[in-house]
Design a protein around this ligand. Structure first.
Ligand code: PHE
Length: 487
């Protein structure tokens, strides 16, 4: 019999754990601020309702009906479609390869917080002392041993969490989901009670409706929803395949999606109230403090920790512990999805061997990010995986399941099990709205790339970190599909 979750709660927590990750704490608040503040919530909710939730229901129904990981689920749904599942897993692999490196940074910073070793010049510390960043992507300048060591520790932790599959995950998630929630609540209370908090919040939430006319805003809303809900990675398909026969699909999807969106919004309160405090004590405007990218967590937060009136070290350690526990269940969800893909196809019994093999490959793939040029590569790979990779998977998924397969089969399966039933709107979202929006956004992205390489990097770096990886992933997906499975 197929392995199963210990309970419904374990499944819901595991899926929430996958969804809630670094994306909620630093990405959502910053994107929301950048693209219209409070007005961003409109495209975000449109994307959540028309694409996020319907696709979550779709992925749950597919995984549950086929009772397999992503590749085998797609193979069962149609001849020659197995590659979609592999491609989804590979894109997720691309993401997790650097996600684990950021976890490694968190380990380092967790250690630093005990004596605030980042000093006063936190930006200089991050770039020039911690990363010792080189001048450009091709100036590797050697590996940073401590980052590599913590990357190794991250992978040991990730592999440990999925050691016996859903059985182990079912237990681990009680800690990795509930603990960061608890810490986040502490941070929201701490943030809101600091002077200047209101000013920060007003930046976060003041609506700028003019932004809604910008296609870039919509692209970010859709991208953020897929990324954050862990949709289009084959993860939710695998997780649903471990559910017992009788499981309510729609209400699970609703709980998980709303918990994820709610946490992102809530994290924004913590982040922006603290930024308000920073702006208050330093006399700088909030927008000048909002670092784009991951700098928010590793530059602005340490500065704020330095400034806290009491227990700065404790809050520092708690903050990085929160990031670590948020990240780990996102990282291992992907590993579990990959394991399900491999085990379903080749019926391997020795889970431990694939566990170690998978962890080792991912560790070695991550070494490039531990060099002095690592940050550049994280930036490029992240952009391409999230935009082209993820959006292509979701588009292909909608077109294939919507047009080349009987969508009604999945709908009936889902409705037979769920209290809330999905109606016509669901078909419309999957067959028309989401694919049309995605095609538009992809065309827009391609035009942007024709105009100039991403982020001002050289075309060579863009090709290696972006296009080449995607092409190679596509070829590997086809090859994996062609390799004979073991019956
Ligand atoms: N959902 C995760 C987040 O919000 C991102 C993620 C997706 C991480 C897939 C790993 C795999 O951070």
């Amino acid at each position: 019999m197929r392995e199963q979750w210990d309970s419904r709660t374990a499944f819901v927590l595991a899926a929430i754990g996958s969804a809630i990750g670094l994306g909620n704490v630093w990405r959502f608040p910053y994107i929301c601020f950048k693209y219209g503040g409070g007005a961003f919530l409109i495209p975000y909710f449109v994307a959540l309702l028309t694409a996020g939730i319907p696709l979550m229901i779709l992925e749950f129904s597919l995984g549950h009906k086929m009772a397999s990981g992503a590749p085998t689920s797609f193979a069962k749904a149609g001849r020659g479609k197995e590659w979609i599942g592999w491609f989804a897993l590979l894109v997720a692999f691309g993401i997790v390869s650097y996600y684990a490196v950021i976890m490694g940074w968190c380990f380092n910073y967790f250690g630093y917080s005990f004596n605030l070793s980042w000093g006063d010049a936190t930006k200089d510390f991050f770039y020039n002392k911690f990363l010792t960043i080189s001048e450009g992507p091709f100036k590797f300048g050697g590996i940073k041993p401590f980052i590599m060591l913590t990357l190794f520790i991250s992978w040991i932790a990730i592999v440990g969490c999925v050691w016996r599959g859903p059985k182990t995950v079912s237990k681990v998630v009680y800690v990795t989901v509930l603990l960061p929630w608890l810490i986040l609540i502490i941070f929201v209370i701490r943030g809101l009670t600091l002077p200047g908090a209101v000013k920060g919040l007003s930046y976060y939430l003041t609506p700028n409706f003019a932004a809604l006319r910008d296609i870039e805003v919509w692209r970010n809303a859709y991208g953020q929803v897929f990324y954050s809900l862990s949709i289009g990675f084959g993860i939710m398909i695998a997780y649903a395949s471990y559910l017992p026969k009788k499981s309510d699909i729609v209400s699970n999807a609703l709980i998980i999606s709303l918990a994820d969106a709610g946490t992102a919004f809530f994290a924004g309160l913590a982040v922006f109230s603290t930024l308000g405090y920073y702006s208050y004590t330093q006399g700088v405007a909030v927008p000048d403090v909002v670092e784009k990218s991951i700098g928010l967590a590793f530059i602005v937060y340490p500065t704020i920790i330095n400034l806290l009136p009491f227990a700065g070290k404790l809050f520092g350690a708690l903050f990085f512990l929160m990031l670590l526990t948020l990240a780990i269940d996102s990282a291992f969800s992907l590993m579990e999805a990959g394991m399900a893909g491999i085990m379903d196809k080749w019926k391997v019994k020795k889970r431990w061997a694939i566990n170690i093999g998978f962890g080792a490959i991912a560790f070695f793939a991550g070494i490039i990010y531990t060099t002095r040029a690592g940050l550049y590569w994280i930036d490029i790979v992240d952009h391409f995986m999230q935009n082209f990779g993820l959006m292509t998977v979701v588009l292909v998924e909608c077109i294939f399941l919507g047009y080349m397969f009987k969508l009604s089969v999945l709908k009936e399966h889902c409705n037979a099990l769920s209290d809330i039933r999905v109606g016509k709107w669901w078909d419309i979202c999957i067959k028309f709205i989401t694919p049309l929006v995605l095609i538009l956004l992809l065309v827009f992205l391609i035009i942007e790339k024709i105009k100039g390489a991403y982020g001002g990097y050289s075309r060579g770096a863009e090709f290696l970190g972006g296009w080449l990886i995607l092409i190679v992933f596509f070829i590997i997906s086809i090859v994996l599909m062609k390799v004979r499975s073991r019956k």
